[in-house]
Design a binder for this molecule. Structure first.
Ligand SMILES: [Mn+2]
Length: 390
C-alpha cells in the first residue's frame, strides 16, 4: 500500500484469493482495511476479483468496506468493465470477472464478449488456471486470450509470478506477495504496470517479500572434507542475496543439495541435520537458514573400470551405467516394476495417510523408481567394493 501511494499509481488491482478460508477472515481484516483506507485517502481506487478461495468471503468483506474506494469486479461470474480516468480523460479500462463458486469447470473467457472501438487500452482481470484445460479452477486457454484482442491480462491463482509477452497479448500472473513454502522460490512482490494509449509500456516487479526460498547446489566433489561445505555454501547464498536488490529481505530459506563424487558421501547422511543447523547465519541484514539438506553425492567409483568382467560388482556397474545414460529400455522390466511396487506399497501405507490426504505427495512414477534404483545401486556397489578391499 505504501509503495502504491509513493508511486502515485492510478489504481490497485487484486486478482483474487486474498483470503484463504472463511476462518482466516478476521485475522486479515484489520490489515486489509487499514491498507484500503490509506489508499482511499490518497485517492487511489482498489479493484478486486474473487478467486476460488474467497469467492464467497471477498464479496461479503467488501460490503463492510463501503466507506472506502474498493469495488469487486464481475461479481457472480458476470463480466464487468470499469474505466479509469486521469484529469477527466480515460486512461485504461478493466474487464473483470469473479469466481461465482469454489469450482469453475468452464473457461470464463468464453462468456466474455466485450469489444471496444476507442483507443483506451483494455486489461482483463480475473482468477483462473492458464493453459490447464482440465482444471476445476477456471481453465483459461491462450487462444481465448488472443481472440479478445485486449492489451493485456492480469490473472491470479498461481503463487509464483509469471509473465508471458513473447507472442500474443501480455499475460501477467503476479503471484503471491510472499512465498508460502519451498515450492515457491525466486522473487515475490507486487507488479507495477505502466500504460499509454498504445497499451502496456512497462511491467516491473517490486521484490517486497521479506522471505525468499531457494535451492542451492554445492558440489562436494572437489572438497577435502565436510569442513569445506560452509565456505562454499556462504559464497553461493551471498551471491543470491547480492544479485538482486532486496531492500526488504529478512530471511533466505535454503534447500541445500550436495552433489559430486566424494569419499564422505556416506558420512553426509549421518550429519545432514547437524549440518543444516550449523549453516544458519547472518549475511548483512539477512538471516540465512537451511530447511533441508539433500544428499545427492556419490562414491568416487570409476563405473567403466568396475564394469569390466562378469563379477557381481561388474554386473551392477553395467546396470548403473545404463541408468546414468538414461537407457531405461535396457534395464530389466521386472526390476523397475518391483521397485515401483515397493514404492507404491510404502506410499499407500497407513502411516502416511495424513500426508496423502493433505496432498503433500503424489504416487511414485517410473521416474522416481529409476532414481531410487540408481541411488540404491550406488550404495550396494560401494559396499561390495569396500568388502573386497578388506
Ligand atoms: Mn486460486
Amino acid at each position: 500500500m505504501e509503495e502504491a501511494i509513493d508511486r502515485e499509481v492510478e489504481a490497485v488491482v487484486l486478482t483474487g484469493d486474498i483470503i484463504d478460508r472463511k476462518n482466516r477472515l478476521f485475522e486479515a481484516f484489520g490489515d486489509f482495511e487499514a491498507g484500503v483506507k490509506d489508499l482511499t485517502g490518497a485517492g487511489i481506487p482498489v479493484y478486486a476479483t474473487a478467486g476460488n478461495h474467497d469467492f464467497d468471503v471477498l464479496p461479503e468483506l467488501l460490503t463492510s468496506l463501503s466507506d472506502y474506494d474498493i469495488s469487486l469486479l464481475g461479481e457472480n461470474g458476470e463480466w464487468e468493465t470499469v474505466q479509469i480516468n486521469r484529469e477527466g480523460s480515460p486512461v485504461v479500462r478493466f474487464a473483470g470477472w469473479s469466481f461465482p463458486s469454489q469450482h469453475v469447470n468452464y473457461n470464463p473467457l468464453t462468456k466474455l464478449d466485450l469489444k471496444f472501438k476507442d483507443e483506451v487500452p483494455v486489461i482483463g482481470v480475473l482468477h483462473g488456471d492458464v493453459g490447464k484445460p482440465d482444471s476445476r479452477y477456471g481453465p483459461i486457454t491462450c487462444s481465448e486470450l488472443e481472440r479478445l484482442g485486449y492489451d493485456g491480462w492480469i490473472i491470479g491463482h498461481i503463487h509464483n509470478s509469471n509473465l508471458r509477452s513473447d507472442s500474443g497479448p501480455t499475460v501477467l500472473s503476479p503471484g503471491t506477495p510472499q512465498p508460502l513454502d519451498s515450492t515457491e522460490p525466486g522473487l515475490h512482490g507486487p507488479w507495477v504496470m505502466a500504460l499509454d494509449e498504445r497499451g502496456i509500456t512497462q511491467l516491473e516487479q517490486i521484490p517486497l517479500a521479506n522471505i525468499r526460498y531457494e535451492k542451492v547446489n554445492v558440489d562436494a566433489g572437489e572438497m577435502n572434507g565436510l569442513e569445506d561445505i560452509p565456505g562454499r555454501f556462504y559464497a553461493k547464498t551471498d551471491e543470491i542475496i547480492e544479485r538482486t536488490t532486496h531492500p526488504a529481505l529478512d530471511l533466505l530459506i535454503v534447500t541445500l543439495e550436495l552433489t559430486g563424487r566424494t569419499d564422505f558421501y556416506e558420512d553426509l547422511e549421518g550429519v545432514k541435520e547437524q549440518l543444516a543447523g550449523d549453516l544458519r547465519r547472518e549475511s548483512g541484514s539477512t538471516g540465512v537458514t537451511v530447511a533441508s539438506v539433500i544428499n545427492h553425492t556419490l562414491p568416487p567409483i570409476d563405473l567403466e573400470e568396475v564394469a569390466r568382467g562378469n563379477s557381481l560388482p561388474a554386473v551392477l556397474a553395467k546396470l548403473l551405467l545404463k541408468l546414468k545414460k538414461g537407457e531405461e529400455n535396457q534395464i530389466p522390466e521386472e526390476l523397475i516394476q518391483n521397485t515401483q511396487d515397493a514404492l507404491t506399497e510404502a506410499y499407500y501405507a497407513n502411516a502416511y495417510k495424513v500426508l496423502r490426504t493433505q496432498g503433500e505427495s503424489s504416487p511414485p512414477g517410473k521416474e522416481t523408481s529409476l532414481e531410487v534404483l540408481e541411488r540404491q545401486g550406488w550404495k550396494i556397489l560401494d559396499s561390495f567394493l569396500s568388502q573386497t578391499k578388506t
